[in-house]
Design a binder for this molecule. Sequence first.
Ligand code: SME
Length: 162
Amino acid sequence: MSHPVAEEAPAAHGDALNLLRAEIAAASDPAEAAQRAVEVLHDRFPHYDWLGIYWVDGTDLVLGPWVGPEATEHTRIPIGTGICGAAAASGQTEIIADVDADPRYLACFASTKSEIVVPIFADGSVVGEIDIDGSDANAFDETDGRFLEEVAALLAPLRPRA
Ligand code: SME
């Protein structure tokens, strides 16, 4: 599947951030808010083929809300493992143009060609991340990264707390 690159990305990103703020405010609890957030992102951006939030749980990442064509078997990933675990360990956004060329990649879906993982921070620590799989190679760029870092700041207060 080929998706057009959004030339008007900044405007679309501003609109989506406003919608996310409204949906999060309207939700009755943090879990519902996070679910609404993944749905907004998936609906608004066709190149976000599979999108999930992982939350840090001790030394692991645990899958929270997700939206996409199929479920992943990777519902718990040790921090340090895979691209997801690398981003959680470093606190750096990972943009992978070709997942098959990255030895860290943990395969989930045969359709995935590229991936972006953006850490979610609270109180200076990584508390989760946004993970997006694309069915086109090179589907994500720095513009997605900057946008998703703003989204991550909206998601941080929604993390599950003991
Ligand atoms: N590909 C990820 C694993 C999560 S699935 O993409 C949903 C990784 O390499 O960490």
